[in-house]
Structure formats: C-alpha cells, structure tokens
Design a protein around this ligand. Structure first.
Ligand SMILES: Cc1ncc(C[n+]2csc(CCOP(=O)(O)OP(=O)(O)O)c2C)c(N)n1
Ligand code: SF4
Ligand SMILES: [Mg+2]
Length: 351
C-alpha cells in the first residue's frame, strides 16, 4: 500500500497529555478518502479519544476488514499495531490477537458491508463471546469502495443516487448487538464529535464487547435527499437520549450537574461513566425497555443516538475462559512445556 506520511512539524505550544504527547502523535498518514467523507471525521474522533485518554500508542491494536471504512486505520494511530484483514474477517483476527495478548486495547474498524453482509456471522460471534474490544461500524448504507451498491443496512424504500429504490428490509446492527449479548452498545453520527469522542473513550474503558454503530455519510454515493444516511437526514432526525463522560479510575468524582439528570454508573474496572440524561425515562441498563424504546422511535422515523445499552457488570472472553494473564509471547519454556506428568493429568481428565 502506498501512503503519504504527514510532516512531523507542529506548533510548539500544542497541548500535551499525561504522557507528554500532542494530538498529532496519534495521527496517521494523509487520508485518501473523498473530501467530506464521514469516515475521516470518525478517524478524527478516535485520535481525539486516544489523546484524551493518554493511551500509549504501542498499547493499541487496530484491525479492519475491506472497504473505505476499513482503510481508515492507516489514517490514525500511526505508531500503533495494525492489521488490515480480509473482507468481513476482522472479528476473528481480532479475537485471535486478543486471546494471544490481552494487554492491548483492541480497536476493530469495519463498514456496514463488511459487518452486515459478508461478515455478519463473524460480527455476531465476537459480540456474543464478549471479546474485549471497541468495534466501530462506519455505517453509510452503501458499499462505498465498490461504487455505491445498497448495503444490508440501507433503509427499505431509500433511493440510490440514480433513483433506484431499495426493496429489502435493513439489518439493525444495534438491535442485533443487544440481543446477541454485547455489553456496551451505542449509536452515533460522524458529524457529532461532541457525542462521539466520549462514547469512544467510554467504550475503550469498558471491559467486554463494545459496539459503536456510527452513521457516516458517503458523500460520493449516498448523501442525496432520498438517502436516510445523508448528513441532512441524520441531522433532522437525530434524537440523542443521553450524553456521556468518562471518569477514569485515577480521577476524583465530582457531580456538579442537577441531580436527577445525571447518573454515575460504576464499571467493572472501577471507572465511572457519567451519564447526562436527555430523555429522563431512558434507562440504558434495562435491555427490554431499551429495545422497546428504540423500536418505537424508529417507527416514528427518528434515529436514536447515545449510549443505548450498558451492562456495568460485564465480563469478557478472558474471564469466561480463565486464560493466563501474561501475553502468550511472554511465556517461557517452563509454562509452555510443563512436562509429561502434567500432560498425563490432562489426558486422564479427558478419559
Ligand atoms: C471476498 C470479497 N468479496 C467482495 C469484495 C469486494 N468489496 C470490497 S469492499 C466491499 C464493500 C465495502 O462496503 P463497506 O464495508 O460498507 O465499506 P465502505 O466502503 O462503504 O466504507 C466489497 C463488496 C472483496 N474485496 N472481497
Ligand atoms: S466512496 Fe464514499 S465511503 Fe468511500 S471515501 Fe468516498 S465518500 Fe467515503
Ligand atoms: Mg459502507
């Protein structure tokens, strides 16, 4: 792959995070996507979130499939680990990497074609298994890279750029993720950085399978007035149910907003999510109520965004399997080859 590196120079007074890095240290190569593509805004939000969390870049692994969306890891976190896999196969590669080394933050980036068509099976299984990851679907309702065919998330009745109507029912990745057992499920919009950045930070802090379905308009093929994934349509129908902030483990907890509209949710690892409720009746920890609310608002033509479902007591695949804490490449011969007596014990237990 050829790509253009950004010049290293930056303003000497750029603010730095706890590690002494500037936001620029989290950037990648120059994007080759169309100017105005929603995917570039999501890359910007990922950069901002990792900078604000002071993540050491070498502690992050970014994985993707195939599509314009799956190209984007080249454009952020240039100093992190990266693997651009096969179409629809990002989840299994990510699962394997996570099992081999649980010490990294895993960021899976995919498209609606990559995840809802060819990769739907992989999408389902990594969520139900509770792989510890942030899975971002950059959802534009089309196959952008292959020139604008309807994807499986395109709304029934929405029209292509050439006026062709979509006849098929859409796959609702949010509803599927909640039913499958994902423990952090959010929807956002690439044009709403104020909502998206804290959601990404919260998803990184969450232990377990975190999905962010992010509507991300394709300006080349699906940003016309008949598209329900266009900038204008999403802005006109966006209903945010809450606004999120992350309180990291080391920070003091203060609550300055009015009680009743702000809720602190303690996560498994001791971090807190500060949830400012915009729809006071919406409880993201109530799975059934969340599903009902989402379907009701969907029927009224609204696109509900925010943190839609959260299981604060979540566990991940490692908890379930009882895997060793150390990365596999850090294990010595003694751990990897415990001797014939240990092998005999295992064999005996299987007889
Ligand atoms: C096995 C296989 N089948 C089909 C393709 C062709 N192909 C490349 S990208 C793509 C769809 C990408 O759509 P999406 O995941 O929504 O990404 P976008 O470009 O819209 O961001 C397809 C069908 C492929 N690369 N590999
Ligand atoms: S074709 Fe669409 S999805 Fe691909 S880079 Fe252009 S605007 Fe983005
Ligand atoms: Mg797409």
């Amino acid at each position: 792959m050829t790509y253009l590196a950004k010049p290293k120079l930056h303003h000497p007074r750029l603010s730095t995070n706890a590690l002494g890095f500037t936001r620029r240290d989290y950037e990648g190569a120059v994007s080759t996507l169309c100017a105005g593509c929603g995917h570039d805004s999501i890359s910007g939000a990922i950069i901002q979130a990792c900078f604000e969390l002071s993540l050491p870049p070498h502690r992050v692994a970014k994985l993707s499939g195939i599509g314009c969306s799956s190209k984007t890891p080249t454009y952020f976190l240039g100093a992190s680990h990266g693997f651009n896999s096969v179409h629809g196969r990002m989840p299994s590669v990510l699962t394997g990497a996570s099992l081999a080394n649980r010490e990294l933050v895993y960021l899976g980036v995919s498209g609606d074609g990559d995840s809802a068509s060819i990769g739907l099976g992989q999408f389902a299984h990594c969520l139900r298994r509770g792989v510890n990851m942030v899975y971002i679907v950059e959802n534009n309702g089309v196959y952008g890279l292959t020139k604008g065919q309807f994807s499986a998330t395109a709304d029934k009745g929405s029209r292509s750029k050439k006026g062709v109507g979509n006849q098929d029912s859409p796959i609702d990745l949010i509803g599927m993720a909640i039913l499958l057992g994902a423990t952090f499920v959010a929807r956002s919009f690439s044009g709403d950085k104020a909502q998206l950045v804290p959601l990404i930070k919260a998803a990184i802090e969450h232990r377990g399978a975190a999905l962010i379905d992010c509507i991300s308009p394709c300006v080349a093929f699906n940003n016309h007035p008949d598209s329900t994934k266009s900038y204008d349509y999403v802005r006109a129908h966006n209903e945010a149910v809450n606004f999120l902030d992350v309180i990291e483990r080391r920070e003091e907890i203060t609550l300055e907003q009015e009680p009743g509209t702000v809720e602190l949710v303690r996560q498994h690892d001791g971090s807190y999510l500060k949830l400012r409720k915009l729809a006071p009746d919406y409880d993201p920890t109530d799975k059934i109520a969340a599903m009902t609310y989402l379907k009701e608002r969907e029927a009224a033509g609204e696109i509900v965004t925010g943190l839609l479902y959260l299981d604060p007591r979540s566990e991940d695949l490692h908890d379930r399997l009882g895997t060793v804490r150390a990365p596999l490449n850090a294990l010595g011969e003694k751990e990897l080859c415990p001797g014939s007596a240990a092998l005999e014990t295992i064999n005996a237990s299987l007889r």
